[in-house]
Design a protein. Structure first.
Length: 343
């Protein structure tokens, strides 16, 4: 007997499921986690390493958009479903990337939640000269269909640089839609950088920037002589950090990693992070919980975990359980900088 195909749980996937369409050989681009998708015969294209690993764990095929030779023949996939992301600029990049990557005329469907901005794709497609019609709507989601065509905008133009705005210290950072804090230094990271001097030695020390984003922490640490490593689950962030280090003529190791997954049993003198707690619009403490809970195993004796977080987040209890004690190095009422030391 064959196992029964699971039903879709995510609202946008439920909208697709009711189409009764044959999606075999299609690409699911920037998809959410959903067992119905993962049980199908489509290929996931995602910048999120954790999603790709989840697909591969159940025998599915999943690739990063930066993977070489995604299209191994002139035909390409049978079609593409683009799950419109919260970031409108990121959705536009995916659309431009698909037009540049796949054959003209490839069937395209675009789906998303109404409150997530899916209806704006009508103007985007019109501006690119691509036709569009509405296929369906339900569960506060909408589904449109079009076909890919040649456009004159290079998706690489989405890469930008900006100055971090640190007093007396010019740092040029690379950024891309989908990278945390895209194009600016967020206030929490600024407080962390203001607090770091005097907290630990940098020269020659092995320091890990966990959840590196645009690479501001890794770049700042490398400039001070640290042997900086940086990891992020997001392929755009990994590439942004590599570009930031290169732009500032600094060396550092940058890896795609779901928290510690790519680091095996490696240990560091300190782990420094501004951990995420959102997944799209939902609160998700999972990555931060793993960051804190598994940190002692990746620190040398006397090594420190230093993180910045919104003051309301429930991290003190997690730090207490993982390390036995911690201290607050800075608190501006919006953000707190915590330090916990492995004894």
């Amino acid at each position: 007997m064959h196992a029964e195909t699971p039903r879709a749980e995510n609202p946008v996937c439920q909208l697709l499921e009711r189409q009764a369409a044959d999606y075999r050989g299609w690409w699911w681009v920037a998809p959410p986690r959903d067992a119905w998708l993962e049980a199908g015969q489509g290929v996931a294209i995602s910048a999120d390493l954790s999603l790709r690993e989840a697909w591969q764990a159940v025998g599915g095929v999943a690739h990063s958009p930066f993977a070489p030779e995604l299209v191994d023949d002139e035909l390409g996939p049978a079609g593409v479903v683009l799950f419109w992301p919260k970031s409108h600029a990121l959705g536009e990049w995916w659309l431009l990337w698909l037009c540049a990557t796949l054959p003209e005329g490839t069937p395209l469907q675009l789906v998303g939640e109404n409150q997530g901005g899916i209806k704006r794709v009508l103007k985007v497609l019109a501006a690119l000269g691509l036709g569009c019609r509405k296929l369906d709507s339900a569960r506060r989601c909408s589904l449109f269909e079009s076909r890919l065509g040649r456009v004159e905008i290079d998706p690489a133009a989405a890469w930008t640089t900006f100055d971090a705005g640190l007093e007396g210290e010019p740092l040029t950072l690379a950024s891309h839609p989908g990278v945390f804090g895209h194009g600016k230094l967020d206030d929490g990271t600024r407080l962390l950088l203001e607090t770091l001097p005097g907290t630990l030695p940098f020269e020659g020390r092995e320091l890990l920037d966990m959840g590196c984003g645009d690479g501001i922490l890794a770049t700042w640490l490398a400039r001070r002589g640290a042997r900086a490593s940086a990891v992020d689950v997001n392929a755009f962030s990994v590439e942004a950090t590599r570009r930031s280090l290169a732009t500032n003529e600094l060396a550092g190791e940058v890896l795609e990693s779901d928290v510690y997954s790519a680091l095996a049993e490696r240990q560091f003198d300190a782990i420094i992070s501004n951990p995420p707690f959102h997944q799209e619009r939902a609160v998700d403490y999972g990555p931060a919980a793993r960051l804190i809970g598994e940190a002692p195993a990746h620190l040398r004796p006397g090594g420190a975990l230093i993180i910045v977080a919104n003051a309301f987040l429930p991290y003190p209890d997690r730090l207490e359980r993982a390390f036995g004690s911690f201290e607050i190095l800075a608190d501006d009422r919006r953000y707190r900088v915590y330090r916990a030391i492995k004894r």
